[in-house]
Design a protein around this ligand. Structure first.
Ligand code: SF4
Length: 659
C-alpha cells in the first residue's frame, strides 16, 4: 500500500461517513451500491484526485453527467495502486471503466520545473503527497485490466488527452508513445469528454462491442496491425488541407528527428477546430493510433444542463482534511470553457478547444442561489470566470467563417477583425451576480486578457470598482516583443495601457488597488540577455514581482516543441531555448533582482550575459557587487502610480488561472 494511503488509513479513514451523508454522493464502495439497491454498476470512473463532488473536478463532472443520462455510476478516488483489490472493490461495471489521472497531469502535479518533488498535492486531502502513482492513467488502466478482465477500458482527462500523440515528456527527457498504447486501453477520449463518453455508453448499452466504436468524435483507438491501417493511407494527404486523413510523422520518425517532431506538432495544431479538423493517424511500429475528429462543442443549453446536475459541492465525507484545490474553488463560479488565445506555453486550447462555450445568465444565477444556501458561504464569490476572465460569450462574427477558419488564435498576432469582443454580456452578468440575494462581494480572479479588456472601458471600470479585492492578477509574462511573439501574447504596451486604465478606474472609485503581474522565465525564445532586459524593465517601472513561473514544458504545448526541438513549429525556424536547469535558475534570479537571497545567482547571470556594468552601486545597476553594502530599499521598488503592484494580501481572493 502506498505511503500516502497508509497515512490516511492510520488517521482512521473513512472515519465519519454516515449513511445519509454518503447517499448524496456517487457510490464509492459496494455497501454504498447496495444501499441504492444496485448489484452492479453500469460505469465506474477512477480518478487520481480526491473525490470532491464539484463541477470543477473533471472526472466528477463526467461521472455526474453520465449519471444524469440514467446510468448507474460509481466513483473510486485515489485507489491503492499496489494491487487490483482496491480498484476492484465495487466489482466489474457492466459497460466500461473510465480512467483519469485527475485535473492535472500526474507528473506536473508531482514535480516542479526544476524536477523537484512538490511539497503538496493540491488535489489530495490535507495536500498529502504520494496519493497517486506517476503516470497514473497507465497504472490505473493496468490495474483495471487485472481487476475486470474483458471490461472495456476508456481513458480520459487532461493527462491522456495531452499525451494522445507521440509527445515529449520533460520529466524523463524522452519522446514517449501515445499514452493509449502504453495503457493498452480500448479507447482514449480527448478534449472535453461529455459527448464522447455518452456515445460510448449508449452504444455499448445497445450491444455494440467496443471494437466497433471506431468512429466516435473526440476519441482515439489503436489499429493493431498494418493490414488495418495501411489501406487508409491511400486516402491520406500529408500536410495538405484537402486530404481526408492527416498522417502524422510516425513515432519512430519523431524520435529519430527533431525536425519531424516539429512537423508533427505543427500539423497537429491545425486540426483542432472541431468544424474543419481532420481525422489523424500516427503509426507506432506496426500499430497505429487513429484519432477521430474533435468532438463538437456544447451548446449553451447543454452547458447549463451540466451545472444543474446534483453536485453536493463538498468533499466526500470520508475525508478528515481539506483538499486545498477545493478550498480555492468552492465558492467560485465557472461561466464558460474554452480559450481562443492560443498561448504557446498553455494547452487549454488543445484540451478545452478554442470555441467559447458559455452558460446562460439564468444558469449562473441558479448556481449563485445554490451557493448562497451552503452552510459555509459568507457572501463572497471568489471568482466568476473560466480559463480567462473576459471571454464570456465571445465568438466569431458568424458560424460559416468560424467553421472554415484555420487560424490558431483569434487574438494573435492581433485581434481578428471577425472576433466579436463585446464585453456587455459579461458586464451584465457581473452586475446581476453581485446584486443577487446573499451575495456581498464577487471577485474576478481568473486571468484578465488585457488586449480584449482595453476595448471595454466599462468592463475595466466595473472590475476596478466592484470586483477586485485590492489586487488583480494579470499576466504580461515578459516585456520583450520577440519573446512575447513566441508566446503568442500581446505586446507589453497593451499591458501598460490596461494598467493605466485600471489605475485610473481605481482612483475614480476611491480605491487603492494594485496589479499583481505574473512573468515567465526560461520560455523558448528568451535568452539570458532578454531576461536582463526584462529585469531592467521591471526596475524602471518599480515592479517587484512575487509571482514568477519557471517555464515548464508540458505535453503537447507548442512551446514544449520549441523547448525539445529548438525549432518553432509554426515557422519551422530555429529558436533559442534554455534547457540547462542552472541557466533557468539564473533567469529567475534576475527577476528577483531586489531580493538579497537571489543576488549571487543574479550576479553570475549578469556576468554570463556580458552585463557586468549592471553589478554595483550605480543608479542603473540591478544588484550590488559582493562587497557592497545591502541595497537601499528606496528607489528599488516603492510602487508608483502608473503600473501599481504589491504583495498578495493573506486571505485575498485566490488566483485560479492567471494566464
Ligand atoms: S475568423 Fe477570426 S474570430 Fe473567427 S474563428 Fe477565425 S480567428 Fe477567430
Amino acid at each position: 500500500m502506498s505511503q500516502g494511503l497508509l497515512q490516511l488509513r492510520k488517521k482512521g479513514q473513512p472515519p465519519r461517513a454516515d449513511g445519509a451523508a454518503k447517499a448524496a454522493f456517487l457510490p464509492t464502495t459496494r455497501e454504498e451500491m447496495q444501499a441504492r439497491g444496485w448489484d452492479q454498476l453500469d460505469i465506474l470512473i477512477v480518478s487520481g484526485d480526491a473525490y470532491v463532488d464539484h463541477p470543477a473536478f473533471g472526472p466528477v463532472l463526467i461521472a455526474r453527467f453520465l449519471e444524469g443520462r440514467g446510468y448507474k455510476v460509481g466513483f473510486i478516488a485515489q485507489p491503492d495502486w499496489t494491487g487490483p483489490a482496491d480498484i476492484g472493490r465495487m466489482g466489474a461495471p457492466r459497460l466500461f471503466v473510465g480512467i483519469s489521472a485527475g485535473n492535472l497531469d500526474s507528473m506536473l502535479n508531482k514535480l516542479t520545473a526544476q524536477k523537484k518533488t512538490r511539497d503538496k498535492d493540491q488535489y489530495s486531502p490535507g495536500g498529502a503527497t504520494n496519493m497517486r502513482p506517476n503516470r497514473a492513467t497507465i497504472v490505473y488502466a493496468n490495474l483495471c485490466r487485472q481487476a475486470f478482465p474483458g471490461t472495456p477500458v476508456v481513458l480520459g482527462g487532461i493527462e491522456a488527452s495531452l499525451r494522445r500523440i507521440a509527445h515529449y515528456d520533460y520529466w524523463s527527457d524522452q519522446v514517449r508513445r501515445s499514452m493509449l498504447l502504453d495503457a493498452k486501453a480500448d479507447l482514449l477520449v480527448f478534449g472535453m469528454g461529455e459527448r464522447p463518453a455518452w456515445e460510448i455508453a449508449r452504444r455499448l448499452d445497445a450491444g455494440e462491442p467496443v471494437s466497433a466504436l471506431s468512429d466516435i468524435r473526440g476519441t482515439a483507438h489503436v489499429k493493431k496491425n498494418r493490414k488495418e491501417w495501411e489501406p487508409l493511407l491511400a486516402d491520406a494527404s500529408r500536410f495538405t488541407t484537402d486530404g481526408k486523413l492527416l498522417v502524422l510523422p510516425s513515432y519512430e520518425e519523431v524520435t529519430a528527428s527533431k525536425e519531424a517532431f516539429a512537423r508533427m506538432s505543427r500539423a497537429f495544431q491545425y486540426e483542432t477546430n472541431p468544424h474543419n479538423g481532420r481525422p489523424m493517424l500516427q503509426a507506432h511500429g506496426d500499430q497505429a493510433v487513429f484519432f477521430n475528429r474533435p468532438a463538437e462543442p456544447l451548446t449553451e443549453q447543454e452547458m447549463d444542463g451540466l451545472y444543474d446536475l446534483p453536485f453536493q459541492r463538498k468533499a466526500h465525507p470520508r475525508y478528515d482534511a481539506p483538499i486545498p484545490a477545493f478550498e480555492t474553488v468552492k465558492h467560485s463560479i465557472v461561466t464558460m470553457r474554452g480559450c481562443f488565445g492560443g498561448c504557446t506555453f498553455c494547452s487549454i486550447t488543445e484540451h478545452e478547444g478554442r470555441i467559447i462555450q458559455s452558460r446562460s445568465e439564468a444558469s449562473v444565477l441558479r448556481e449563485v442561489r445554490a451557493l448562497s444556501r451552503m452552510d459555509d458561504f459568507r457572501g463572497t464569490i471568489t471568482d466568476l470566470g473560466g480559463p480567462t476572465a473576459n471571454m464570456y460569450k465571445m465568438t466569431c462574427k458568424d458560424e460559416k467563417t468560424e467553421n472554415a477558419c484555420r487560424r490558431l488564435s483569434c487574438v494573435h498576432p492581433g485581434i481578428c477583425e471577425n472576433l466579436v469582443t463585446d464585453h456587455d454580456p459579461l458586464v451584465d452578468l457581473m452586475r446581476k451576480v453581485r446584486s443577487a440575494e446573499g451575495v456581498k462581494k464577487v471577485y474576478i480572479a481568473s486571468g484578465v486578457r488585457y488586449d480584449l479588456a482595453e476595448r471595454s472601458p466599462t468592463f475595466i471600470r466595473e472590475l476596478a470598482q466592484h470586483h477586485t479585492g485590492g489586487q488583480l492578477s494579470v499576466a504580461p509574462e515578459h516585456s520583450s516583443d520577440k519573446v512575447l511573439d513566441k508566446m503568442k501574447k500581446p505586446a507589453i504596451r497593451s499591458y501598460e495601457r490596461f494598467a493605466q486604465a485600471f489605475c485610473q478606474a481605481s482612483e475614480e472609485a476611491g480605491k487603492e488597488q494594485y496589479l499583481i503581474p505574473y512573468f515567465i522565465t526560461g520560455h523558448p525564445g528568451s535568452t539570458l540577455g532578454d531576461t536582463v532586459e526584462l529585469a531592467l524593465y521591471l526596475k524602471e517601472n518599480r515592479m517587484r514581482p512575487r509571482q514568477v513561473q519557471d517555464f515548464i514544458p508540458t505535453p503537447m504545448a507548442v512551446a514544449t516543441t520549441m523547448y525539445y526541438t529548438g525549432i518553432d513549429p509554426l515557422s519551422m525556424e530555429p529558436v533559442y531555448t534554455a534547457t540547462d536547469l542552472r541557466e533557468k535558475r539564473m533567469m529567475k534570479a534576475l527577476i528577483f533582482y531586489w531580493d538579497e537571497q537571489h543576488w549571487p545567482l543574479a550576479r553570475e547571470a549578469l556576468r554570463q550575459a556580458g552585463r557586468r556594468d549592471l553589478i554595483g552601486r550605480g543608479p542603473n545597476c540591478l544588484v550590488p557587487d559582493e562587497h557592497g553594502a545591502p541595497m537601499p530599499r528606496t528607489g528599488f521598488g516603492a510602487p508608483r502610480g502608473r503600473v501599481p503592484q504589491g504583495p498578495r494580501k493573506p486571505g485575498g481572493p485566490p488566483r485560479r488561472n492567471g494566464r
